[in-house]
Ligand binder design. Structure first.
Ligand code: CTP
Ligand code: MG
Length: 172
């Protein structure tokens, strides 16, 4: 399959992850500070397991919006099984990747909301790709690598916009 075709397939499967990852930033205007996934628990090092920036409400709202986008894709491309299941895996993978990102940040002593360049931008992408792969979706490595810097750029710009719109206190 040509790279262009592989990239198109990847983008369609990753768009739900991008939506899922961005949803909590907007949805928290409704749910407020939410219920932390770690319930405020600390790790062995005495630092938060994930920190208060990762909530059940964010996880749920992200998976719902991401999967809903997959339903639209299913309608448009007339393949529900591929797009809805793909969007579900992609969304849940994105949010798990983001939670793992926070786990790593806390272990490195980086506080909630403080920047961790590359990790902050790519954790959700790596999570989404991993879950899609586990779920049996064949993705081209070349397409995954080509799209990574684009994800990085889009994440930086959308977060900057969210900061300008006062949706985020910090621009990352
Ligand atoms: N958010 C949430 N639940 C999630 C993911 C995100 O409620 N599962 C919300 C939180 O309000 C969070 C905001 O979205 O503060 C922005 O997400 P992110 O930048 O990933 O979190 P940070 O606050 O920067 O925390 P961390 O340093 O742990 O990444
Ligand atoms: Mg952040």
């Amino acid at each position: 399959m040509a790279l262009a075709e592989n990239l198109t397939k990847l983008i369609l499967l990753i768009l739900p992850a991008m939506i899922a990852n961005g949803t909590p930033v907007v949805a928290r205007k409704i749910y407020g500070s939410g219920t932390p996934i770690d319930f405020g628990k600390n790790w062995l090092d005495g630092r938060p397991l994930f920190g208060p920036g990762k909530t059940w409400e964010g996880l749920l709202s992200g998976v719902i919006t991401g999967t809903m986008f997959g339903i639209i894709e299913g309608f448009v491309f007339e393949d529900f099984r591929f797009y809805v299941y793909g969007a579900f895996l992609s969304s849940i993978g994105a949010l798990i990747g983001d939670i793992i990102g926070s786990f790593l940040k806390r272990r490195l002593g980086i506080k909630r909301g403080e920047p961790a360049p590359i990790l902050d931008q790519l954790d959700f992408y790596i999570g989404a790709i991993s879950l899609l792969y586990i779920g049996g979706y064949e993705l081209s490595l070349a397409a995954v690598l080509v799209f990574a810097p684009i994800i990085l750029f889009l994440h930086v710009t959308t977060n900057w916009i969210a900061h300008q719109l006062k949706l985020k206190e910090v621009p990352h």
